[in-house]
Design a protein around this ligand. Structure first.
Ligand code: ZN
Length: 312
């Protein structure tokens, strides 16, 4: 069993309207909602998970939607761009789709030898569609409007912006098993050879960049993937030895988690593959019920009253 980090597990961001968030990710972008639950620490707030058919680690983007939240600002000490892998030659489809659906998008560009299309979600969260040079054989979730030939295949990379990349780079290389692969300008590309997809972290150095502050349209944390809890606890020891604080293991129902703030300011999580999203719903019904963790199930009626109503 692999005993190191296996790329990105999930990325979690903050949104405003739950309905708008749901419509954007499932309809415009064509992801599957694989779980509709609540923030376990704040059960009056939804926690939405979007991914591929099964919610495979490396495809999962999650949101805490807080109605009416003030917008944050992307900046240093934060994950500042989520990169989705898409098939080669799909970007023209997306330019047109975003134009038709009034999505704010930039120009198709090239970065580190790969073409990409930057865009924003309705809360201003920065994302990119990237046709990676290594190819990607992951099967997209298919919807009537987003066919398999163009669908997103899961994460390509995550970008973090930092005053200085060194402290964060040290965590990636010394503890997570990543290596510096390429550099272009202020962008340093780190990757792990442990897996072939969702394995890239780009660190952008912005010594004078404004600090990010969290709010709607910004990332909350980045979770890295491990095979099981044994590997997770070995990594916990290594992080403690670096003199960093890290939480005990927390049961998130669909995975087990540890959290620590890396020295560059980004909140990192280490999450297990087990048990996965089918633990409380069959595969063909993923995301169709409001699922509550056992500790909040007795209050289901009150919780359902507080949560915003959703139309699917
Ligand atoms: Zn998380």
């Amino acid at each position: 069993m692999a005993n190191n980090i296996q790329g990105i597990h999930h990325i979690t961001a903050i949104a405003g309207s739950a309905q708008r968030n749901h419509d954007f990710y499932t309809k415009v972008l064509g992801l599957r909602m694989v779980k509709r639950t609540v923030n376990f620490d704040d059960p009056g707030t939804y926690h939405f998970y979007y991914g591929n058919e099964t919610g495979t680690p490396g495809t999962i983007l999650t949101f805490f939607p807080w109605e009416g939240i003030v917008g944050g600002r992307a900046g240093t000490g934060m994950a500042t761009e989520i990169g989705y892998s898409v098939p080669k030659d799909s970007l023209e489809f997306w330019v047109n789709r975003f134009r038709e659906t009034n999505v704010r998008q930039g120009e198709i560009g090239e970065r580190l030898g790969e073409v990409f299309l930057p865009f924003e979600d309705p809360d201003g969260l920065k994302l990119s569609l990237i046709a990676g040079k290594d190819g990607d054989d992951r099967r997209p979730w298919v919807t009537p409007e987003v066919p398999a030939t163009v669908g997103t295949q899961g994460f390509h990379s995550v970008t973090m912006t930092l005053r200085s990349i060194k402290p964060t780079a040290t965590i990636l290389t010394d503890i997570f098993g990543y290596e510096l692969r390429e550099q272009e300008g202020d962008r340093y590309r780190f990757a792990t050879a442990a897996v072939s997809t969702a394995n890239i972290v780009d660190l952008v150095e912005a010594p004078d960049g404004p600090r990010g502050h969290q709010g709607g349209g910004t990332n909350h944390h980045v979770a890295f993937r491990v095979a099981n809890e044994d590997v997770q606890m070995e990594l916990r020891e290594k992080i403690l030895k670096k003199g960093l604080n890290i939480t005990p293991k927390i049961d998130r129902d669909y995975f087990f988690s540890l959290y620590f703030r890396e020295p560059g300011g980004v909140l990192f999580e280490i999450a297990t593959d087990n048990p996965g999203f089918t633990v409380d719903e069959p595969l063909n019904e993923l995301g169709t019920h409001l699922k509550l963790p056992a500790q909040h199930e007795p209050k289901r009626k009150e919780i359902e009253k507080v949560l915003p109503a959703l139309n699917f």
